[in-house]
Every structure is written in C-alpha cells, then in structure tokens.
Write a protein that binds this ligand. Structure first.
Ligand SMILES: NC(=O)c1ccc[n+]([C@@H]2O[C@H](COP(=O)([O-])OP(=O)(O)OC[C@H]3O[C@@H](n4cnc5c(N)ncnc54)[C@H](OP(=O)(O)O)[C@@H]3O)[C@@H](O)[C@H]2O)c1
Length: 267
C-alpha cells in the first residue's frame, strides 16, 4: 500500500440509505464501527440519518445526494468518494424501485427509471469501485436482489428481470473474482416491511407470503460478511421457495410466483 492509499478513509457505501433496508443496513454498519458513505436522492433524510449515526456511534458519515436514474448519477458518487479521499471497501447496491401491474400498463417512463436504478447504476458502481478493491486485494460487493429474481414474476415482469440481472451478475463476478480477496454477494429477500410495496402500488392484501421485518435482512447481510456466500436468503422460507423450484417446471415456478406475489392488479 502506498502513502496515497494510506491516508484514504475506508468506508462502506450504501445506496438507498435514506429509508427502508438501506437505512437499516447503514445503522447496523455504523453500530459495528464502519465509516459510511450514504447515497440516495433525499439529501435531507441522508443528512438527518448521518447526524444520528455520528452522535450514536462516533464514526464518520458522508452523504452524497445523487439520482441514480440519471446517466451520470453513479459517476457523481465515484467523484464524491475520490474528492473526499474515501476508499470504498464495502459497496452495498441497495437502491431499487418497482411498479406492480401487467407489463402492457407499465408507464413508459418507468421502464427507463426502473432499469437505470436497479440495473445500470448498480453495474456502473461496481465497475467504478472494483479496480480500487482489486488494487487493495480486499473488498465486498453486496447486491440487493430479490426472491423475485429467481424466476419471472407475472405482474412484476420488469422488476423481476432486473433482480435476475443482479443475481446472474453476482454469480459471474463471484467466479471471476475468485482468489482476488473480493467477495460478491446477492441478497434475495421475499417481501419486506418497508414503504417499497406502497410506492410500487403493490397492494399488500393479496400477497400470499409473509411480509417480514427489515431486521431479518440486516441479520442475513451481517452474517454474509462473516461467512461469505454467493446467494443469501434472509429466511428459511425464502431458501425453500427457491430450492423447491428444482422439482417443478420453469413454467410452474413462474405461475406459482405470480400467485404468491399477487401483483397483477385488476386485469
Ligand atoms: N421491500 C421489499 O419487499 C423488498 C423485497 C426484496 C428486495 N427488495 C429490494 O431491496 C432494496 C431496498 O428496498 P426497500 O424495501 O428498502 O425500499 P424503499 O424503502 O423504497 O427504499 C428504496 C431506496 O432506494 C432509493 N432510491 C430510489 N430511487 C432512487 C434513485 N433514482 N436514485 C437514488 N436512490 C434511489 C430511495 O431513496 P430516495 O427516494 O431518497 O432516492 C430509498 O433510499 C431494493 O433494491 C428492493 O428492490 C425489497
């Protein structure tokens, strides 16, 4: 390590840190003594959380308000880290959005936004920060995927496709980076109790699976850092739902996932 690298502050970067799972992860990392770089659009929420975490845990917390749907959103985050001499050791790609309903009704503009945030921004952030991790021979990338990425989900067609992308990207990078000191992990939660479903206009009443607490996702992520695994399922039920697919046809798995998710709306 040269002297230039020595003076840089190692941080954990969490996208989508203003609320929900990202916010809970940021708090858990702060409690464990990590310095943080928080990213989301809502700068005011990030600053309020940063203040809380600095006071509560004493670490350094930086905020970068950036719209990851914008073409230059990820580059802005990368430049911010460079300008503040931050070395990103853990990258958590948690920002994500969804829109429930049949694909033919999906507002056209949402196609761009969902793919930009869930897919492009995550891939760009990995590509931007990976060379530094490789140079240090140390680092972890945590991609927030979903159980919905294990197969297509009718009513969540585009969203489930973006989460499949996160899973296959993780799998390929995990193998590419074997022996480099860098871990790549995809976390695949089922339904989690945040504001995410309401924003996606995904009514909870029809969902046939438990909508579980954020703390279960946080626990699974922290465990995955201690015992690295490629794919992480926060609950046993999540694991079994994917495992059982081995005994069904792909078409059946898709139909069942559509039944559980109940996201097709009234059509
Ligand atoms: N909740 C679930 O049931 C569930 C299940 C499986 C997987 N997941 C995945 O878990 C992740 C977090 O979900 P959550 O439940 O915590 O959702 P959430 O509470 O709605 O939080 C989403 C986060 O993403 C950020 N975000 C959204 N659009 C953005 C943009 N254009 N640029 C930058 N940041 C943006 C939001 O911040 P701003 O609005 O401030 O920008 C917010 O911090 C997502 O990737 C989601 O797909 C969720």
């Amino acid at each position: 390590m040269n002297s230039e690298e020595l003076k840089r502050l190692p941080v954990t970067l969490v996208t989508g840190a203003s609320m929900g799972i990202g916010r809970a992860l940021a708090e858990a990392f702060a409690r464990k003594g990590h310095h943080l770089l928080l990213v989301a659009r809502s700068g005011d929420l990030l600053e309020a959380l940063a203040e809380e975490l600095r006071e509560g845990y004493g670490g350094r917390v930086f905020c970068c308000a950036s719209d990851l749907a914008e073409h230059n959103g990820p580059e802005r985050v990368f430049r911010f880290a460079a300008q503040h001499d931050l070395a990103v050791r853990i990258l958590v790609n948690c920002a994500g959005i969804s829109r429930a309903g049949v694909f033919s009704d999906l507002p056209f503009h949402d196609l761009d936004t969902i793919v930009s945030v869930n897919v492009i921004a995550s891939a760009k952030l990995i590509r931007l920060f990976l060379p530094e991790m490789l140079a240090e021979r140390k680092g972890t990338v945590i991609n927030m995927a979903s159980l919905g990425g294990a197969q297509g989900v009718p009513g969540l067609a585009l969203y489930s496709a973006t989460k499949s992308f996160m899973i296959t990207l993780t799998e390929a990078l995990h193998a590419e980076l074997d022996g480099t000191g860098i871990n790549v992990i995809a976390v695949c939660p089922g339904f989690v109790d945040t504001g995410f479903l309401e924003k996606a206009q995904h009514g909870r009443h029809g969902i046939k699976l438990p909508v579980y607490a954020v703390s279960l996702v946080v626990r699974a992520v922290l465990r995955s850092l201690e015992k690295p695994r490629m794919l992480v399922y926060p609950t046993l039920l999540d694991f079994f739902l994917v495992f059982l697919q081995r005994f069904a046809s792909r078409k059946t798995a898709v139909r069942i996932s559509g039944f559980f998710a109940a996201a097709k709306g009234n059509r």
